[in-house]
Design a protein around this ligand. Sequence first.
Ligand SMILES: Cc1cc2nc3c(=O)[nH]c(=O)nc-3n(C[C@H](O)[C@H](O)[C@H](O)COP(=O)(O)OP(=O)(O)OC[C@H]3O[C@@H](n4cnc5c(N)ncnc54)[C@H](O)[C@@H]3O)c2cc1C
Length: 478
Amino acid sequence: MTQKFDVVVIGAGPGGYVAAIKAAQLGLSTACIEKYTDKEGKLALGGTCLNVGCIPSKALLDSSWKFHEAQDGFAIHGIQHAGVTMDVPAMVGRKANIVKGLTSGVATLFKANGVTSIQGHGKLLAGKRVEVTKPDGSVEVIEAENVILAPGSRPIDIPPAPVDQNVIVDSTGALEFQAVPKRLGVIGAGVIGLELGSVWSRLGAQVTVLEALDTFLMAADTAVSKEALKTLTKQGLDIKLGARVTGSKVDGEEVVVTYTDANGEQTITFDKLIVAVGRRPVTTDLLATDCGVTLDERGFVHVDDHCATTVPGVYAIGDVVRGMMLAHKASEEGIMVVERIKGHKAQMNYDLIPSVIYTHPEIAWVGKTEQALKAEGVEVNVGTFPFAASGRAMAANDTGGFVKVIADAKTDRVLGVHVIGPSAAELVQQGAIGMEFGTSAEDLGMMVFSHPTLSEALHEAALAVNGGAIHIANRKKR
Ligand SMILES: Cc1cc2nc3c(=O)[nH]c(=O)nc-3n(C[C@H](O)[C@H](O)[C@H](O)COP(=O)(O)OP(=O)(O)OC[C@H]3O[C@@H](n4cnc5c(N)ncnc54)[C@H](O)[C@@H]3O)c2cc1C
């Protein structure tokens, strides 16, 4: 007999697994189809995020930062040691254990919530039926009242630098190096390139980042991107802007990369090259030609503001649809869709999705940049507070960067919070909470912040919007 579910989810990344758990919690019979297997050939839930994305990259970022601190950051605290060494396989092994714990945790959550986990490749057929091709090649068709497509994304390949996962790797390969490459090239100065470049740079690699664009971190507020470029360069990342890679030649265990910049054609040799030029939606063999779901001109599944596709009862979420490719965006879309399936009036505030880059200092923002607001003709007041003036940051010897709060000059409503500095991701989240409730800079300024905290920098930046900061001289007078 054909199995039938209220909800069938294709893909168990942060979009799909969260949607499946939520659906089961709301009393809907739910199945989630996933095909990804780990190195041992076992089904591994959690998608890009848990297996080869957010979590493993942060594990390596944290390990490499501790090594860097142990090498260069302890003496100022009076801590002397004879010298530190790095066991790269142990670091990568720790990362693998974290991944294993979390992916098996999703399997446990599926069991606890009554989600039926199905291993195989899912394909949407006409009439809300889903064909599952199992690992043994057998095929089963299941029926669904509702289907949620959450197949995610994969790294973009570029013809000048074909990935061989040995010398030229993508982000997944860059999480698996068993030794620190002496000369590391990174194509792309985006989030992933900067994070992975930072990991290996802290461990001693000489890192060169080749970025085709002339502008660094275009999506960030200009003040933040300028500070980031300065700081990361000081840390040893050689970031070449306007450098377009045109070719590469692997020769044994090294690769010669050709690129053009303002001075013409250049060549540079690396021991490893990471290609991190972005990701594209995964739709391979996902949609039967007569299923009715359409793709947009960029290959993303076409959806409306509520993630509904062109077929009633079929939804798509996460990296496979328009918008930022972020785990938290994928998860919230999953929750919104399931709530709507249940008949609730859920919606998502796409204007307040925080962005984070986990370099050191961290870079994070929510809302609009000063340049975007000015381009829209919005008059703003800006308050900035440097961590150099924060007692907590001084105590931690981590004083780089600042908090910038941007408010509407007429209403004082906060329109953007931008942070480069320690715990930027956490501080920006506080701004996001306030902004969701329509906070003004004055509201933030009137709140009591614990002392001494890094959060006080957000408080002071909000006060500075209207010339009322206490611990710095105000540019704007009241
Ligand atoms: C190195 C790196 C670091 C990152 N760091 C961050 C970060 O710090 N913060 C952040 O928010 N985001 C980060 N991201 C992005 C984040 O991982 C993605 O935005 C997120 O995983 C997208 O979730 P998703 O559920 O849409 O898709 P995915 O996580 O890609 O999951 C999709 C799943 O669907 C499965 N699948 C695909 N097609 C089928 C099919 N036909 N049948 C069955 N299964 C299928 C895939 O195997 C996969 O497991 C990072 C990404 C990378 C690569």
